[in-house]
Design a protein around this ligand. Structure first.
Ligand code: GLY
Length: 293
């Protein structure tokens, strides 16, 4: 984690906590904390989102609150700085849970959300981008990119962002926002906008926000499985550890989780080498680290 990323995480924690301290809903603290990370360009979300193989940034986000189990999400949206706010608008302004693609992007623009270019200038993929996505060379290019993918992703040093929060009324919320995997096939969607996979929140169990390789997180439905364990009385650290171990054992997945119980116990757990994350309860300074092993 760079010093700039650590500073940005600290700022996000401070903004989220101060909102909660003034009586704001957990949902607002989660949204505003994630907006700080999306705005920074330092993480794989919002301005810092990875691009797909055709050089376009397509982003996913979701948000959920634990009192009435309301949720909203967007997948594969383009040209918007704050997908997390688009997700909240889907939740609050529509009767739907998930909007996708160009119509989802149009919804976000219609709601007046700040815009950014679909195709960041100067990105290597942007320069090499295909003018037609499915040319005969598409899969060849994709395989070349993916074979060096882990190194590229490591070099990028930017991951999905997320937050969980507990407010003064005892309601919890979870959210996540991502640009997906660098140089993925156009149209690929990961776990982040899928309720029960990338996020879940229920006042009767807990709030979970995931980062990591979405293909694995989806197949285990990680967020819901962690919440189910919390509902059975398991501690956050144990619930997260058991489910992440299952992810590794069953499908060689890689992920990290933020887990918060309704009584305030929490865990930051990962089976990746590092996970930049932090927490704050208003005492002292926020804790920010890139490993919680
Ligand atoms: N966890 C983010 C993604 O796989 O898209």
């Amino acid at each position: 984690m760079t010093a700039a990323q650590a500073g940005c995480l600290t700022a996000a924690l401070e903004i989220g906590y101060h909102l909660l301290d003034r009586g704001a809903p957990a949902l607002t603290a989660v949204e505003q904390a994630i907006r700080v990370l999306e705005q920074s360009g330092l993480f794989n979300a919002g301005r810092g989102s990875h691009v797909q193989l055709d050089g376009v940034r397509r982003m996913d986000a979701s948000i959920m609150e634990g009192q009435d189990l309301q949720a909203g999400a967007v997948a594969s949206i383009e040209g918007i700085v704050h997908p997390i706010s688009a997700a909240r608008l889907v939740m609050e302004q529509t009767t739907h849970v998930l909007l996708v693609g160009k119509p989802g992007s149009a919804f976000a623009r219609h709601c007046g959300l700040e815009r950014q270019p679909r195709r960041p200038s100067g990105h290597a993929a942007g320069k090499a981008a295909m003018t037609r996505v499915w040319s005969p060379k598409t899969l060849e290019l994709y395989r070349t990119m993916m074979s060096s993918g882990p190194a590229l992703r490591k070099r990028a040093g930017k991951e999905t962002v997320g937050a969980v929060a507990l407010d003064q009324t005892g309601t919890i919320a979870a959210g996540a926002s991502t640009g997906g995997i660098d140089l993925m096939l156009p149209g690929r969607v990961g776990d982040t906008p899928i309720i029960g996979c990338g996020v879940y929140a229920d006042n009767e169990s807990g709030a979970v926000s995931m980062t990591g390789l979405g293909e694995g997180i989806i197949r285990i439905a990680v967020a819901k499985e962690i919440c189910d364990r919390l509902a059975q009385g398991e501690r956050p650290v144990s619930a997260a550890t058991q489910v992440l171990k299952k992810l590794v054992r069953r499908i060689k997945g890689a992920a990290g989780s933020l887990v918060l119980a309704p009584d305030g116990r929490f865990a930051i757990t990962h089976v990746t080498p590092r996970m930049a994350a932090g927490w704050w309860n208003g005492k002292g300074r926020p804790t920010v680290r890139d490993s919680f092993q």
